[in-house]
Design a protein around this ligand. Structure first.
Ligand SMILES: O=C[C@H](O)[C@@H](O)CC(=O)C(=O)O
Ligand SMILES: [Zn+2]
Length: 281
């Protein structure tokens, strides 16, 4: 089996999505397998040409080869990368420089990097590198982002079952990027709702990777136009694509975390069109 594989996802018109049944909705928006040991799996979406995927190096290092849709000599010839490690300690080697990336640490890699290689420190506890990438037009410096560099935002209330912390890793305040923004949101025990009140941002697409979903639990992810919502049941370490016209909110059967990543027209995290719960359909 090859070490790197990819699949491609095309865009859907919101009017067409109204007629999607469960299987078609899942085939179109759910990324059911993000991490596979010893491999890199990527999903190339045609929403802002955003790529989401995972690298799980075991004994052997894994190289981020330029997949065919890029028609490029190197993966980052026209792209930037954001990577958050949600597994064991690992190393990301960029053009020969080793960056130790521990659990809940991140790295931004600017356009023009020629070589990106992933390694795990301990193959019995491999790193889970969650990868996001979008087109870039300018080189910004490659940078490791630790928990000391992030911006923290506390949102929600226990009474509303949506108490959570937004850990902003790759945002304008911490890291210069062309399009990419990334972070982790952690729900407090007893809280289950993320991104409620829900929002859209027609200027940016977004992908959520649900993680820390406990055994025998699931997250029900809500998508669609605010007046025409659909749901996708998701298990641990699955991702879901949110078109720019779609809400992206979830309710778990218990608490959980998720990695969010987005790209598009602006880098303004607060640029959201909020939707009142009573206006949802
Ligand atoms: O556009 C921003 C993203 O949807 C998330 O950062 C929102 C989120 O983590 C939350 O409210 O729980
Ligand atoms: Zn959003």
């Amino acid at each position: 089996m090859t070490e790197i594989s990819y699949n491609e996802r095309f865009e859907s018109h919101p009017g067409d999505v109204k007629a999607y049944g469960t299987d078609k909705l899942r085939d179109t928006f759910l990324i059911d397998k993000v991490f596979d040991e010893g491999r890199i799996i990527l999903t190339y979406t045609h929403y802002d040409r955003f790529i989401a995927g995972g690298a799980v190096p075991k004994e052997k290092p894994l190289t981020l080869e330029p997949i065919d849709p890029l028609k490029a000599e190197h993966f980052c010839d026209r792209r930037e990368l954001g990577i958050i490690n949600i597994g064991g300690n690992g190393v990301v080697k960029v053009d020969g420089v080793d960056y130790d990336i521990a659990n809940k640490e991140a790295i931004y890699i600017g356009m023009g990097a020629k070589s990106v290689i992933f390694e795990s420190k301990n193959s019995n506890e491999p790193a889970l590198f969650y990868i996001n990438s979008s087109p870039a037009h300018k080189t910004f410096p490659t940078k490791k982002i630790t928990i000391d560099d992030v911006a923290l935002v506390d949102l929600g209330r226990a009474e509303d079952a949506n108490e959570r912390q937004i850990i902003q890793y790759i945002v304008a305040a911490t890291t210069s990027t062309c399009q990419l923004q990334m972070g982790i949101t952690e729900l407090k025990p007893g809280s289950i709702w993320n991104t409620m009140p829900a929002h859209t941002h027609n200027r940016r697409m977004e992908v959520y990777l649900y993680t820390n979903v406990q055994e025998n639990h699931m997250v029900c992810h809500f998508m669609g136009q605010a007046q025409e919502t659909r749901h996708i049941w998701m298990s641990n370490n699955q991702a879901v694509i949110s078109p720019p016209w779609s809400i992206h909110s979830g309710a778990g059967t218990s608490n959980y975390s998720f990695v969010w990543g987005m790209a598009g027209e602006n880098l303004d995290f607060m640029d959201m069109d909020g939707i009142k719960p009573e206006d949802l359909r």
